[in-house]
Design a protein around this ligand. Sequence first.
Ligand code: FMN
Length: 402
Amino acid sequence: MNFLEKKKILLIISGGIAAYKSLDLIRSLTKLQCEIKTILTKGGTEFVTPLSVASLSKNKVYSDIYSAENETEIDHISLSRWADLILIAPATSNIIAKMSQGISDDLATTVVQASNKNIFVCPAMNVRMWEHASNKQNIEKIKSYNYRIIGPFNGEMACGEYGDGRMADIEYILKELDNFFKSKSNNKKFRAIVTAGPTREYIDPVRYISNRSSGKQGYEIAKSLFNNGIETTLISGPSKLIPDPNINFLKVNTAEEMYKKTVESLPCDVAIFCAAVGDFKVKNLSEDKIKKNKDLNLDFEKNIDILKLISKNNNKPKLVIGFSAETSNLHLNSKQKLQNKGCDWIIANDVSKKDIGFDSDFNEVSIFYKDKNVGDEIIPKTYKSVVADEIVKRVINQLNLI
Ligand SMILES: Cc1cc2nc3c(=O)[nH]c(=O)nc-3n(C[C@H](O)[C@H](O)[C@H](O)COP(=O)(O)O)c2cc1C
């Protein structure tokens, strides 16, 4: 089956020697019945002519960001909204650097910056450029924005040098795109619930007890599930983050509300409980604002245990995953939690470290599986978005096995 059929591809051609290959790429994509629109960077026009690109793609070629004619349709926004996917091939070291920093000084980079679509990048450059520390950092940075990198390949370069930096072969690029649409289409049958952020446990109508969770890891997991074609509901405690508008979004304050919304959102195939739910709530909640001239004595009681209850629910998702935030004995505590809660996986993060965990863009997690045949795993320190992709990859593999 051809999963590329009728897909709308926005191809950005930047100014590298491999730009001539993009003509073959357009021909192959049209043969597979894709609809193609193209943006040529100024550099790109030095290597391929707009006329060749327009003839092969059978569509207008876009280049100029300040074109009065095009901007009646606001091209720098509408081009990305039109596309099912954005493909940058070849991607020069320059465009990668600009994308990593959010520089939007031409149509191509502005469209990418304004995009809400999956972005695939096919780097092509001299081996020294590819291996330069700045390029390596830029690649890591764009990976953290969930851009997917295809290639580069190893081999002889146009300049006669040898190494990594050749643009991936057309066949390989097509296979990657086809696999992407294939897995998206297969995953459409799955539904996911993700909880994220902190909860607020009220003392009186204006005061509450909460924790330092930002919601970043949960929001990234929800985004990654959605990007992989899974219908996703994100149930979030108070957070400054803005979810993708395509994700079903439910905002809550307390653990009780989070539990209620979770139950209402069942059934689903996978539930990932990433929220930092308050373990305790105030017993003697005051209906009125507590006055300063009074002594304040608070009694606490155990809060509702969402993970445990959902793991026991008649409508239990096929896969229930809990997060555990630990400051010590990560391994032991997580194994115990896995047993006590009755869930399928525990993903543990050490929140005692400054550079990972709460509010950081980075995380390092250990995954503990109920299935004794599967060994524990560590996802070493990386961006939370990359951790999310790694988790979602494992979730999809597991859902396909159940
Ligand atoms: C003959 C020639 C070949 C080039 N090939 C590449 C290349 O393969 N990869 C690359 O990153 N830059 C290459 N460059 C440099 C880019 O064209 C240059 O960085 C330019 O600013 C890229 O602009 P763009 O990314 O906006 O298209 C080449 C330049 C010349 C003159």
